[in-house]
Write a protein that binds this ligand. Structure first.
Ligand code: SAM
Length: 195
């Protein structure tokens, strides 16, 4: 069995949220097309999307951040198993504590959904010229657009935050946003507008 299939099964069995099939296909197609040399990923989980992106081209270097120790350690092992550890660097820490002057061609945001705007602001200066943010889960399992299906107060609050963020993003003066509602869990590719 291919390592990626193994990771899909492990994720399912352990309730680890990883990108949906068409979402990951969209992301890897984008990586192949844009050919980023450096990628920052917020939210590693067990390394599934990082491994997929790294496999797109041997020249790609990835920094990926994970707070959860168990998941982060599994990611390190999975990346080692794939012999990608010289190019994929797992930072076991809170995203809020990750500071770098490095510029990235692609910043993939796939962590705490309520923090996306703050993360974009935090890492905007780390985006290389012509670089893009890629954001996942902007539909949150279809619940953002169908709030009547939501059963808990916590999820309702989260979906409201995601909806507000989406509205802000789609009309933000400084960003161009290509929002693909029907891909994965709702994916957006965002670039900084040039003046
Ligand atoms: C959706 S999962 C990432 C999935 C992964 N990108 C994939 O598709 O294979 C989000 C991850 O972000 C991590 N996370 C959430 N908040 C974080 C924070 N403040 N700092 C670092 N990691 C965080 C969670 O522990 C979780 O494993």
């Amino acid at each position: 069995m291919d390592k990626l299939e193994q990771l899909e099964i492990t994720a399912k069995e352990n309730n680890v949220p990883i990108m949906m099939k068409d979402g990951i296909e969209f992301l890897t197609d984008l990586v192949k097309e844009r050919k980023p040399q450096s990628i920052l990923e917020l939210g590693t989980a067990i390394g599934y999307s990082a491994i997929q992106m790294a496999r797109c081209d041997e020249s790609i270097e990835i920094d990926t951040i994970e707070l959860d120790e168990v998941r982060g350690k599994q990611a390190v092992q999975n990346i080692l198993d794939e012999k990608l550890d010289h190019r994929v660097h797992v930072h076991l820490m809170n995203i809020d504590d990750f500071k770098t002057d490095k510029k990235y061609d692609l910043i993939f945001i796939d962590a705490a959904k309520a923090q996306y705007r703050r993360y974009m602001e935090m890492f905007k200066d780390n985006l290389a010229e012509g670089g893009v943010f890629v954001l996942d889960n902007l539909c949150f399992h279809g619940l953002v657009d169908n709030p009547e299906l939501i059963q808990s107060r916590q999820t309702r609050q989260l979906c409201r935050k995601i909806r507000d963020f989406r509205e802000w993003l789609l009309q933000a003066e400084e960003y161009n946003c290509d929002f693909r509602k029907n891909i994965g869990d709702g994916v957006a590719v965002v670039s900084v507008k040039t003046k």
